[in-house]
Design a binder for this molecule. Structure first.
Ligand code: BTN
Length: 265
């Protein structure tokens, strides 16, 4: 997708600016630097290829040329949004889900924000906030969506099974041409704007909860240096933290952070 096509396709969306790269290290890094030098709300960084894409928990994120969507949005939280800062990564996941659902697919969210199709990860979200004292000054919402098989990293670099949009579309819709990639991007940006306006309403939480993967199933939760906890995935608390039931039937919750979740097999 070239810069001209992209600018034209996004001209109706009130972005705070657009920086396009055929290749860059990480769009989140570009957006962080741009935010530090005053990027306005909804400034968008888009790259056809990332050479140092970043995922959560210091993982790398692979973005092969033309095979994926890799974008980062600068969000300048409005006064009322600052206390919902932790929900912005879910906002990214929800926006991607709603766009995929409109394609007739059944996306789910592996809490907090991995987007799955058929229990395989198709998109990841990396939300990073920049604080000035106790205030969130800006938030970078990075979204990576695998579209073509070439978007998938080598299997030995995967921490969870992965897939791409093309592999999940019903035949004969197994090819996503470039113009459809632009449309998907357009729709994701519109969905981000729409769901952002609904933060932190019950509708937002309810829609996120309905999309949760492994609901009612046994899952394992672990933090990098804390032991695994097992429980039945019950739902979401009003602040977006995860509610589980212990084997003894007690409710416990898990907050955001470097948390990992997987189903018990
Ligand atoms: C994850 O699932 O671990 C999060 C992956 C986030 C990847 C996107 S691609 C665009 C943006 N730039 C980055 O370096 N990372 C995010």
């Amino acid at each position: 997708m070239d810069e001209h096509t992209l600018r034209k396709a996004l001209s109706n969306i009130p972005l705070g600016g657009l920086r396009y790269f055929e290749q860059t290290g990480s769009t989140n890094d570009v957006a962080l630097a741009w935010a530090a030098s005053g990027a306005p709300d909804l400034a968008l960084v888009f790259a056809e290829q990332q050479t140092a894409g970043r995922g959560r928990g210091n993982h790398s994120w692979f973005t092969a040329p033309g095979a994926a969507l890799a974008l980062s949005l600068v969000i300048r939280p409005l006064p009322g949004e600052a206390r919902s800062a932790s929900l912005f990564s879910a906002l990214g996941a929800l926006a991607v889900c709603e766009v995929l659902a409109a394609q007739g697919l059944h996306p789910q969210i592996k809490w907090p924000n991995d987007v799955l199709l058929n229990h395989r990860k198709v998109a990841g979200i990396l939300a990073e906030s920049v604080w000035t004292g106790a205030t969130v000054d800006s938030l970078i919402l990075g979204i990576g969506l695998n579209i073509k098989p070439a978007a998938l990293p080598p299997p030995d670099q995967l921490s969870f099974p992965a897939t791409c949009l093309e592999a999940e579309l019903p035949l004969p819709r197994h090819d996503v041409p470039a113009f459809e990639r632009v449309l998907l991007l357009q729709q994701i940006l519109q969905a981000v704007r729409y769901w952002r306006g609904l933060l932190p309403t019950r509708l937002f939480l309810h829609t996120w909860e309905r999309r949760l993967a492994f609901r009612g199933e046994q899952v394992e939760i672990w933090f990098d240096d804390l032991p695994v906890r097992k429980g039945q995935l019950d739902g979401l608390e009003p602040d977006g933290s995860l509610r589980l039931l212990s084997p003894q039937g007690q409710v416990f919750t898990v907050q955001f952070g470097e948390v990992h979740l997987r189903p018990v097999v």
